[in-house]
Design a protein around this ligand. Structure first.
Ligand code: FES
Ligand code: FES
Length: 158
């Protein structure tokens, strides 16, 4: 079985897996990192959303063999450290808005939201309604209104 080395939540890790094994399975089943959820498994629902070098990606659609040793994968478990806090501002405001219902989609929602806000900030602007409309992370509990409010509040703190 080939070895794959990359950075995960600030640490360099090496794991044995077939080249075409999905990163989501490597994270969840081989490394025990279960924050990214296995929703659809086909790059649609975004329940698995995580960051690759700061950009939102869907690990269910990334073969682990594609990762380089310098690639930094961040899951919801590693998000607070990127803000140097116990909770990332987006997580704080998620709690403030009492967003979660069943909770299944929420790690993906937060990781997607943090990436969208970061992308807007890199362009020197605040998030817009169009940015929020562009988020397609599925919530079967229908928490969309509170998600939008939490993203706006979290963006103000980032
Ligand atoms: S589980 Fe990855 S997009 Fe649905
Ligand atoms: S909170 Fe239940 S799926 Fe989103």
């Amino acid at each position: 079985m080939p070895e794959h080395t990359f950075r995960l939540n600030g640490e360099r890790i090496t794991v044995d897996a077939a080249d075409d094994e999905r990163l989501l399975c490597v994270l969840r089943d081989l490394l025990g990192v279960t924050g990214p959820k296995d929703g659809c498994g086909i790059n649609v629902c975004e329940a698995c959303a995580s960051h690759l070098d700061g950009k939102a990606v869907h690990p269910c659609a990334i073969p682990v063999g594609r990762l380089k040793a310098t690639d930094e994968v961040t899951t919801i478990e590693g998000l607070p450290a990127t803000a140097g806090a116990d909770l990332h501002p987006m997580q704080q405001d998620w709690l403030g808005q009492d967003v979660a219902q069943c909770g299944y989609c929420q790690p993906g929602q937060i990781m997607t939201a943090a990436a969208v806000v970061r992308r807007a900030a890199a362009k020197g602007r605040e998030i817009t309604d169009a940015d929020l409309d562009g988020i397609r992370t599925i919530c079967r509990c229908g928490t969309y209104f509170r998600i939008r409010e939490a993203i706006k509040a979290g963006a103000a703190m980032m």
